[in-house]
Design a binder for this molecule. Structure first.
Ligand SMILES: [Zn+2]
Length: 314
């Protein structure tokens, strides 16, 4: 199926001011490779939080930035290594790229991943690999004029091995990367279910006024408990499902096929259950499960989807 050359209007992101000089760029519908970015505009320069997946999506984002401000983006923060958050790094040639040291390590190991088996219809464009220039691990503060921006590594594996939270204390805005999929199925295949649960507690403790997740709509303080609890409920459901699967001596895929998602079937990208179960099995110490690799888990997600490729509008 040929895909359109331009980002369709329904899947087009836009910059929205969520606090003074702080913008979210939420791309609907938040499914595979349709991630969110953030932009902080200073007096003479700007900082972008993450980039996006395809060349044309990055181009649309850059067009939106240029329509808003003539300040160059001098710094890009990668919240983690995944393609949708980092593929556009090379399209910000004036920017220094900052990421967690583990994020850079995985990026350099992987290069530009080949997703053709699961996502053959995505037009990635002419991508060039661009690794982060500066790596950090603990708490680091950036200063954009008078505005402090804190980058916080977690110290443990959560969504990935190198997640960064981006917190603007004076605006009480938090960018979480993919530690939250608002309205979507959490995805821990490259990380840890337990670690993601731990990270959600850390996120809650910020008491942010606005949270911009890695995918799905941004939300305010009043919705925080609801969103975080929905993510927690799903992750605990995956853990309980894995425990049942181990007891019944089923493979992660067999257990996924035997599971009724119930209330979680309304979350997008539900085939992630099959991938997440591999991780949940690994995290049960007595399971006897031997890690089969992410490629096998992705194959299982397609089998779980009755052979259909994941829904992807990137
Ligand atoms: Zn991710």
């Amino acid at each position: 199926m040929p895909s359109a050359h331009n980002v369709s209007e329904t899947h087009q992101g836009r910059l929205r001011e969520i606090a003074q000089n702080v913008f979210s760029y939420v791309q609907p519908d938040g499914t595979w490779f349709i991630n969110n970015m953030g932009l902080i505009v200073g007096e003479t320069e700007a900082i972008s939080i993450d980039t996006t997946s395809t060349e044309r999506r990055n181009r649309s984002y850059i067009d939106a930035i240029e329509a808003l401000t003539s300040n160059p983006v001098k710094l890009v923060v990668n919240t983690h290594h995944h393609a949708d958050h980092t593929h556009g790094n090379f399209m910000f040639p004036d920017a220094t790229i900052v990421a967690h040291s583990e994020c850079r390590r995985v990026m350099v190991e992987t290069g530009i991943p080949n997703y053709r088996s699961a996502f053959p219809d995505v037009e990635w464009g002419e991508l060039k690999f661009r690794a982060p220039d500066i790596t950090i691990s603990g708490l680091t503060t950036l200063h954009l004029d008078d505005l402090a921006i804190e980058l916080a590594g977690l110290g443990y594996v959560a969504h990935t091995e190198g997640d960064l939270l981006v917190w603007i204390p004076s605006r009480r805005v938090l960018f979480t990367g993919d530690l939250i999929f608002n309205g979507g199925t959490p995805f821990a295949l490259f990380g840890s279910i337990e670690g993601t649960l731990r990270a959600l507690d850390v996120i809650e403790n910020y008491e942010a006024e606005v949270i911009v997740p890695g995918h799905g709509p941004a939300f305010k303080k009043q919705q925080t408990s609801e969103v975080l609890n929905s993510q927690r409920d799903y992750l605990r459901f995956v853990q309980a499902t894995a425990l049942l699967g181990v007891r019944k001596n089923r493979s992660p895929l067999e257990q996924a096929m035997a599971t009724d998602l119930g209330i979680f079937s309304s979350l997008t990208d539900s085939e992630r259950l099959a991938g997440n179960l591999h991780v949940a099995y690994r995290e049960i110490s007595a399971s006897g499960y031997i890690w089969q690799g992410t490629a096998q888990a992705i194959k299982d997600m397609i089998v779980y989807n009755k052979g259909q490729l994941p829904h992807c509008v990137a």
